[in-house]
Design a protein around this ligand. Structure first.
Ligand SMILES: NC(=O)C1=CN([C@@H]2O[C@H](COP(=O)(O)OP(=O)(O)OC[C@H]3O[C@@H](n4cnc5c(N)ncnc54)[C@H](OP(=O)(O)O)[C@@H]3O)[C@@H](O)[C@H]2O)C=CC1
Ligand SMILES: N[C@@H](CC=O)C(=O)O
Length: 428
């Protein structure tokens, strides 16, 4: 039986896993796809590097065109990362009629529409399951599993590195910098981990999830982003005392065709299933009008989980090749999105203030909330042992973002307020 030939762009964390699965699961891949699958060329940046896996020297190249212009290659698997070169190579591969599998969320979040349009024009498949939530098959689930429903909310822990960091800070009191180093050593973090800790990686994933879930032309610039670099041990400890876990949450919501998408550290109530998603695990919570609440859980990063999704896409491409139906999905024309205004975005909020420790201050503060019609769920005040200030912790009921911004602006200008230490969205 003639094997389907694959060119692999990248042999790092994910690429190594892809080679292991393709070589180690041959009988399963054959029975699932209908053809043997053979990796015939592998692109690396530095061929002299020692690697944790053996690949025959004649398969390794430092020249990407050895893969793209190789006429025997049917499918290109891009796991090298980056944007400009990967985009150029993927478009060139599609121009030559090659199908593409990629794990590259940076690329798909920014240039997905252009790449998918080219694939449709050329009758090729472009699959990118591994780009969101590593080992969880969430993209297929949104596109196929929920094709009959109208999704109104997608909420996810979609970055393994930050969830690993927050979990270790919360459970072991570990220091932020130490845990980030560990996540890098474990192969979870991006080559520039700023993407992870500042929330950009999660924003790219939320762009992809919202595009597919809401079937709308969502762009990366539509996502408001805040990372975890300013989350303190104090915030985590306060959250715990009040029954919350701090998580970096991506939240995409839709109401009457208006959408909002954000990534931000969020206080998640202990009783909410997302609060117990720990370590490198990811979870995506999907609300559909008909189905109600669903949640998908699994490892969000790392060699083998991510490679599982990449190779599952490869199997799908090969199956399509054998059925002669590649590119049949075509380019889905998404609906024009409408973004919610700040008046339309509502959530509960957690606010930690340092204020002067004297009578009447609490009343002054709560009055500001009342003026802007933000009602309060709970208010705690106690003296701070280390300085002559008191701490006030407020949890609001659902309040719109515009009103909350006005409250915070007014509180910041009050003489009795030394600092607005933290503001978090609250879920659950
Ligand atoms: N790591 C993870 O858990 C996950 C990663 N992803 C995505 O998968 C992709 C790969 O990630 P990962 O495996 O972690 O990355 P790595 O940095 O571990 O590997 C990148 C590989 O690509 C090669 N490469 C990079 N740039 C070039 C270039 N210009 N020319 C030739 N070869 C190049 C590198 O070569 P060399 O080895 O010689 O340096 C290396 O083999 C990224 O898009 C990432 O966002 C998605 C989900 C999870
Ligand atoms: N750096 C990413 C890797 C997977 O997408 C993460 O930590 O989730």
């Amino acid at each position: 039986m003639k094997p389907v030939k694959v060119g692999l762009l990248g042999l790092g964390t994910v690429g190594t896993g892809v080679v292991r699965i393709v070589e180690g699961h041959q009988p399963d891949l054959l029975s699932q796809s209908g053809s043997p699958i053979e990796i015939v060329k592998v692109l690396v940046k530095d061929s002299s590097k020692s690697r944790g896996i053996h690949v025959a020297a004649d398969k390794i190249t430092e020249n990407p065109w050895d893969v793209i212009e190789n006429p025997e290659i049917d499918v290109v698997v891009e796991v090298m990362g980056g944007i400009e070169l990967s985009k150029q190579l993927i478009l060139a591969a599609l121009d030559r009629g090659k199908h593409v599998v990629t794990a590259n969320k940076d690329l798909m979040a920014l240039h997905g529409p252009e790449i998918l349009a080219k694939a449709a024009e050329k009758g090729c498949d472009v699959l990118y399951e591994a780009s969101v939530a590593g080992g969880i098959p969430i993209l297929r689930t949104l596109v196929e599993g929920f094709s009959s429903d109208r999704i109104t909310k997608i909420m996810g822990i979609v970055n393994g590195t930050t969830n690993y960091i927050l979990t270790k800070m919360s459970q072991e009191g570990a220091a932020y910098d130490d845990v980030l180093k560990e996540a890098q050593q474990l192969g979870y973090a991006e080559s520039d981990p700023t993407s992870d800790v500042e929330g950009f990686d999660a924003a790219r994933k939320m762009t992809i999830l919202a595009t597919l879930g809401f079937r709308a032309n969502v762009e990366l610039s539509d996502v408001s982003v805040k990372g975890i670099s300013k989350v303190s041990k104090e915030d985590i400890a306060y959250g715990k005392r009040l029954g919350y876990e701090v998580k970096l949450l991506g939240i995409a919501e839709r109401q009457d065709e208006h959408i909002s998408i954000s990534v931000q550290p969020t206080m998640v109530k202990h009783s909410h299933p997302l609060a117990s998603v720990n370590g490198v695990f990811n979870a995506v919570y999907v609300y559909g009008e008909a189905v109600g609440e669903t949640m998908f859980y699994g490892p969000g990063a790392g060699e083998m989980p991510t490679a599982t999704s990449v190779v599952a896409d490869l199997v799908a491409v090969v199956r399509n090749l054998n059925l002669g139906i590649n590119g049949r999905r075509g380019f889905v024309p998404y609906k024009e999105k409408k973004l919610k205004t700040d008046e339309q975005i509502a959530s509960k909020n957690f606010i930690l203030l340092h204020v002067e420790d004297k009578a009447g201050v609490l009343a002054q503060i709560t009055q500001v909330f009342a003026q802007h019609e933000v009602s309060l769920e709970s208010v705690l005040q106690h003296p701070n042992a280390t300085n002559p200030l008191a701490e006030i912790i407020i949890i609001t009921h659902d309040a719109n973002k515009a009103a909350m911004n006005n409250v915070l602006k007014q509180i910041e200008s009050m003489n009795v307020v030394q600092a607005i230490k933290s503001v978090y969205r609250v879920e659950g």
